[in-house]
Design a protein around this ligand. Structure first.
Ligand code: S3P
Length: 439
């Protein structure tokens, strides 16, 4: 496939001022479509993220017979067909680059009366699926795959039973796959987490009238008769806001407000970590939006210093490590990360890819199996760096080039559209000296 890239001119950045609207949360957008599809009645979604990953989920439910009406500006109406109303699709269901879509759908589809096949792009096809195949198989599902990788063929008409399980990974995707299969099981399902992970699935099910007991790392779900459709207000995605939190911390003179960002405890671990590094981030206008606590985040430029990242923060900031590497590279002193082996199984091996990228730019980075040691504050030089088709690597390297006035290039950036299609446009609106080469 031909590649798109971003080249930076290397001029000093202007301060980031004013306010910025960040697109909707990816995790919530996926789940709002999935749960809305199997609800009774019409679900209204406001602030849906219209990115490649979430649009893949939307298309899949259309293939499963769900009618979705797209309104203006990120509004969707999902006409739920009920727990047992999905229809057999005529072909494979394409999850594209979206791990969340594939893993959650595997759980949901394991309980249907018909067969389905889930396929994904090159990156998704090498990400581990055994972690969901094993627990779902224990529940009675039949999922055929070669070496625990996509494509997954899910055999329908199976009788599922509830389980009591502690997944081997602290993973919201694994937990959610099990809970979604649990909707179709004949007994309750209990998930005990190694460490609490993002909890949207269980909290959304609770709001839909499902009997779910949630006790930080323990979730017990009783199979429901039906799920009631809701109105979901999707918060701005903390993971997308994270790029700006770091850029505004680094670009001298910045004072930027990011509006209505979801800051629930299980989602916003980077806030805690950046503050430990000395970041000046004020949480303003905090309000409970029903599903999530949202706030306006005011961030001002400041000098950051390295820290040891608290291990209990890791699951709460699992998608934010690429941009944390950037913050660490620009901070004075050493930052150490431990307990983050899961980063090796994301859209790329994020520990290795970020370590290689920063090393090529003059940062001293050593990796371990489950972490890294980053020596910050050294002088950086520009380079042409591959982002390995990983959206969060591409956006993190863009922020580093921009904030540090480096005339560098970020290669193969096309997958940024999987989570943040407006990213480059928003950079240009802020006078980033960016040239886009489209494939
Ligand atoms: C997600 C959970 C996380 C995260 C992913 C979205 C979700 O994965 O990395 O981007 O929506 O449940 P794991 O829970 O598997 O770490």
């Amino acid at each position: 496939m031909a590649e798109s890239s971003w080249s930076f001119a290397g001029t000093e950045p202007a301060p980031l001022l004013g306010s910025l609207r960040i697109p909707g949360d990816k995790s919530v957008s996926h789940r709002a479509v999935m749960l809305g599809s199997i609800a009774q009645g019409t679900t209204e979604i406001h602030g849906f993220l219209p990115a490649a990953d979430t649009l893949a989920t939307l298309r899949i439910f259309e293939q499963l017979g769900v009618n979705v009406v797209r309104g203006e500006t990120d509004q969707l109406l999902v006409q739920g067909v009920g727990l047992h109303g999905l229809k057999p699709p005529t072909g494979p269901l394409d999850c594209g680059n979206a791990g969340t879509a594939m893993r959650l759908l595997a759980g949901l589809l394991a309980g249907q009366s018909f067969d389905t096949s889930l396929v994904g792009d090159e990156s998704l096809s090498v990400r581990p699926m055994q972690r969901i195949i094993d627990p779902l198989t224990r529940m009675g599902a039949r999922i055929e795959s070669e070496s625990g990788l996509a494509p997954l063929h899910i055999v329908g008409g199976r009788v599922l039973s509830g389980i009591d399980i502690q997944p081997e990974q602290a993973s919201a995707q694994v937990k959610s796959a099990i809970l979604l299969a649990g909707l179709y099981a004949s007994e309750p399902t209990t998930v005990r987490e190694l460490r609490p992970t993002r909890d949207y699935t269980e909290r959304m099910l609770l709001r839909m009238g499902c009997d779910v007991r949630i006790e930080s790392d323990l979730i017990v779900l009783q199979p429901p008769q039906q799920l009631a459709a809701q109105v979901w207000d999707v918060p701005a995605d903390f993971s997308s806001a994270a790029f700006w939190l770091v850029a505004a911390s680094l670009i001298p003179g910045s004072d930027l407000v990011l509006q209505s960002v979801g800051i629930s405890e299980r989602r916003a671990g980077l806030l805690r970590v950046l503050r430990l590094m000395g970041a000046d981030i004020e949480v303003l206008n905090t309000r409970d939006q029903g599903l999530d606590v949202v706030a306006d985040l005011r961030v001002r430029a400041v000098k950051l210093h390295g820290i040891e990242v608290p291990i209990d923060c890791v699951p709460d900031m699992i998608d934010e490590f690429p941009i944390l590497f950037v913050a660490a590279a620009c901070a004075s002193g050493v930052t150490t990360i431990r307990g983050a082996a899961e980063l090796r199984h994301k859209e790329s091996d994020r520990l290795q890819v970020m370590a290689d990228a920063l090393s090529a730019m003059g940062v001293k980075v050593q990796t371990t199996n489950d972490g890294a040691r980053i020596e910050g504050g050294l002088s950086l030089h520009a380079a042409a760096i591959a982002s390995h088709g990983d959206h969060r690597i591409a956006m993190s390297l863009a922020m580093l080039n921009w904030a540090r006035a480096l005339p560098g290039t970020v290669l193969n950036v096309e997958n940024v559209g999987t989570s943040y299609p407006e990213f480059a446009e928003q950079l240009l609106q802020r006078q980033a000296p960016l040239q886009i080469s489209r494939a």
